[in-house]
Design a protein. Structure first.
Length: 403
């Protein structure tokens, strides 16, 4: 399964600023409105006068204003240009759920199945995912487009996700979720709150957070910015992906299936055919080759340096490279669940964690906090597509604090 996984967030570090503001609805101050910096643990709620106050490190952020029944407000701001309190007016949300979605909710079996698929592709199937629960699943609605094989999800209020593996209560404002063919895409805004626990739980959470961070995309991006990827356990290889000419085309496969459908002879796909003697044999040979991969990856550059893929331009840091990257993390092996996720694969021992970065743009801005300005610029494959939301950490997480 491939996936796009992205946060809408902007971040840059330095000193601190006291951020003040006020929220209104119908020209009246609105209390109990959630105000937070996207994908961080920094947030608050407005008081009875609709006011909020946040201490934030200087930089560029995305402020999220969220309240059930109202449209989410997204506000990008730079603390260097912030000079006076911010003022926002809420607008009521208008949910338009068509009959297909509503009926899907009424059909409990269909909803349960869709929810299981959603959980698997959003939260994941890793060890950490077993300790994650969606506290308010009833806010989710699903629609399945059978003609195009697309599953989409909507949430009428932020999802409340409890991650007892990492010690967070997470409020996730889901804006988009879809599964189309082998691609999973989701988009939203996150607010993290630390769970309370005894010393043993705190110790476990610190250990698990460090495990989630090590080898992650954020860890990798931070390491290449610091030019320390090799020191921190990453090996970067470059590969090109080419069409497998040994695999039959869709036209050839269709003709072979049509040929076999006309036959009254019992078919034996396990029979070895060195030299086809008739059209049935030829069709069987073609269909056997359908199991071959559509594409083959060819490694052509090994152990490249961080400096080979990082470029500075106009005070911005860019990630830019030809073809694709293969990232191997040397300090952790794959989870057993990752090895077993394909029930038809042969049993094997755990390998080192390996992931692919497939670029969808010529170059892309990368921020010091280890995120891309536009996460849609890349596609992740293999291990990073396995570690889904259950491994998410707030972007103000610092590994040294939990070491």
């Amino acid at each position: 399964m491939l996936f796009f996984f992205f946060y809408l967030f902007f971040f840059k570090l330095s000193a601190q600023t006291n951020l003040k503001g006020k929220i209104y609805f119908d020209n009246e101050p609105k209390s109990n409105v959630t105000v937070y910096l996207n994908n961080t643990t920094t947030g608050t709620i407005t008081n009875k006068n609709g006011e909020f106050n946040l201490e934030v490190k200087n930089g560029v952020y995305q402020l999220i204003i969220s309240h059930i029944g109202f449209q989410t407000i997204k506000y990008n701001f730079d603390t260097s240009t912030y000079t006076k309190p911010l003022v926002f007016s809420l607008l009521e949300e208008e949910f338009v759920l068509d009959e297909v979605i509503i009926n899907g909710k009424e059909n409990n079996d269909e909803w349960e199945y869709s929810f299981s698929v959603f959980f698997r592709e959003f939260i994941g199937t890793s060890e950490f995912s077993k300790f994650c629960t969606i506290q308010n699943p009833d806010v989710l609605f699903f629609e399945f487009d059978s003609e195009n094989n697309i599953l989409t999800a909507e949430a009428i209020e932020p999802l409340h996700i409890k991650n007892e593996a990492l010690g967070y209560d997470i409020f996730y404002d889901l804006k988009h979720f879809s599964i189309e063919k082998k691609f999973t895409k989701y988009l939203g805004y996150s607010y993290f709150k630390e769970l309370k626990g005894n010393k043993n739980k705190q110790k476990k959470w610190r250990k698990n957070r460090l495990k989630a961070y090590n080898g992650s995309q954020v860890h990798f991006y931070k390491s290449i910015i610091k030019n320390s990827s090799k020191k921190e356990g990453f090996v970067i290889n470059q590969f090109v992906r080419k069409k497998n000419n040994d695999r039959p085309s869709q036209e050839e496969l269709s003709k072979a299936r049509k040929e076999l459908s006309k036959s009254n002879v019992a078919l034996n796909f396990s029979r070895k055919i060195d030299k086809p003697k008739n059209s049935i044999d030829s069709a069987l040979v073609i269909l056997k080759k359908a199991k071959l991969p559509k594409y083959i990856d060819y490694l052509y550059k090994s152990e490249i340096a961080s400096s080979d893929i990082i470029h500075k331009e106009n005070n911005q840091t860019y990630l830019q490279f030809d073809n694709n990257l293969r990232i191997t993390y040397l300090r952790e092996k794959e989870e057993k669940g990752y090895i077993l996720r394909n029930p038809f694969s042969k049993p094997r021992k755990a390998f080192l964690q390996a992931s692919n970065i497939i670029p969808l743009a010529e170059k892309f801005i990368i921020y010091p906090k280890g995120i891309l300005a536009n996460p849609l610029d890349v596609l992740y494959e293999e291990y990073w597509s396995y570690e889904k939301f259950a491994h998410s950490l707030p972007l103000d997480y610092e590994p040294n604090n939990d070491d």
